[in-house]
Design a protein around this ligand. Structure first.
Ligand SMILES: [Zn+2]
Ligand SMILES: [Zn+2]
Length: 363
């Protein structure tokens, strides 16, 4: 295939200024960069073509020769000839562009994220807490202080990458930076590996982390601790903590409200009583008025859970259930029978109403 005209490749006129060339190339590089188009040979070819065109036209001497002789200017290997396979400088062009075009230096890969579960008590989830979490993860080796070298021995710079930890990977016209495989990206060459970590510089260890449990957190919520994941060449990943709220023997939640059920005896329901009610913050007294029906719900204002991310607190809702004795003594049975005779239906208005309706239904 015939080589396309360099000006045409960049989409600029023959009298384009240096700035116009640069702008045009930057646009094409952004579009066709191999990092953005992995495994796309067409994009790779377009990137190479644009880079070659820019390489030639951005050099005033080469541009002059190209304007006079076209592609023929670089076909001979004579003195002053230009060999497009010698693209050491393209890497430099690219490195300059990486900052401008792709927003900052190439980032080294951070370590992996780690996910753990943390169990918290109901009260801790409701009221908030500061918890210590033990996480098993690779940590810097204490024997060699993470260097990987046996203490007292020499650690040299990696000869492959000259201590930089990354190498330029040349592929045709473009160059990219890769982590150095000889040293694993550390930039160091260990002569005598540390006897504890075998030269890796890391050992499995237990890390203690402080995790803040916000008040009102729900079961299944995830807290992220930045930088507490695995270490990598570009820093540590994050730790994701899934919060598991343990069930409470007495309480359930509904939003910011706490629900509980309290059994009372028949005499307490009839005569009234003062009850000890458990709340998140300890016992409180609650007055049970005389004649309380089973199933009645009482509201203890402000005894619930702090509203997540907001002001105020929920309430505690106390459901009173009248407990009917399943077993009674002979004496109790006699007294209750006497009571039933004494009370009659007039003391049970609900029952009287029900019987009246029942009668009307079948007459
Ligand atoms: Zn070590
Ligand atoms: Zn290296």
């Amino acid at each position: 295939m015939a080589k396309r005209d360099y000006y045409e490749v960049l989409g600029v006129s023959r009298d384009a200024s240096a700035d116009e060339l640069k702008k045009a190339y930057r646009g094409l590089a952004r579009r066709f960069h191999p990092d953005r188009n992995p495994d796309d040979p067409a994009a790779e070819d377009a990137f190479k073509e644009a880079t070659e065109a820019y390489q030639v036209l951005s050099d005033p001497e080469h541009r002059k020769r190209y304007d006079r002789f076209g592609h023929a200017a670089f076909e001979s290997e004579g003195p002053g000839g230009f060999d497009p396979s010698d693209f050491g400088s393209v890497g430099e062009i690219l490195e300059g562009f990486i900052g401008e075009v792709f927003g900052g230096r190439r980032r080294k890969r951070p370590g992996r994220d780690v996910s753990v579960e943390m169990h918290v008590r109901f009260e801790e989830a409701a009221l908030g807490a500061q918890k210590t979490l033990e996480v098993r993860r690779p940590m810097p080796c204490d024997r060699c202080e993470g260097s990987g070298g046996e203490p007292g021995t020499t650690i040299r710079s990696c000869p492959t990458c000259e201590g930089r930890g990354e190498v330029r990977f040349q592929r045709g016209f473009f160059a990219t930076m890769r982590a150095c495989s000889a040293c694993g990206g550390t930039g160091k060459k260990v002569e005598t590996p540390c006897s504890k970590c075998s030269g890796s510089g890391r050992v499995e260890g237990t890390d203690e982390l402080s995790v803040k449990i916000p008040p009102g957190v729900q079961d299944g919520a995830v807290r992220t601790v930045r930088g507490a994941g695995e270490e990598g060449p570009g820093g540590a990943g994050d730790l994701h903590v899934t919060i598991r709220v343990e069930p409470h023997p007495l309480f359930e939640t509904r939003g910011a409200d706490v629900l509980c059920t309290v059994p009372v005896s028949f005499p307490q329901a009839v005569l009234g009583a003062t009850l000890d009610i458990p709340t998140l913050e300890g016992k409180v007294h609650m007055k049970l008025p005389p004649g309380t029906q089973s199933g009645k719900i009482f509201r203890l204002r402000g005894k619930g859970i702090p509203v997540y991310g907001g002001a105020g607190k929920g309430d505690q809702l106390v459901t009173v259930v009248v407990e009917v004795p399943e077993k009674v003594s002979r004496e109790q049975r006699r007294l209750i029978s006497a009571l039933a005779e004494e009370m009659g239906t007039e003391t049970h208005p609900q029952q009287a109403g029900f019987l009246a309706k029942l009668k009307g239904l079948f007459d």
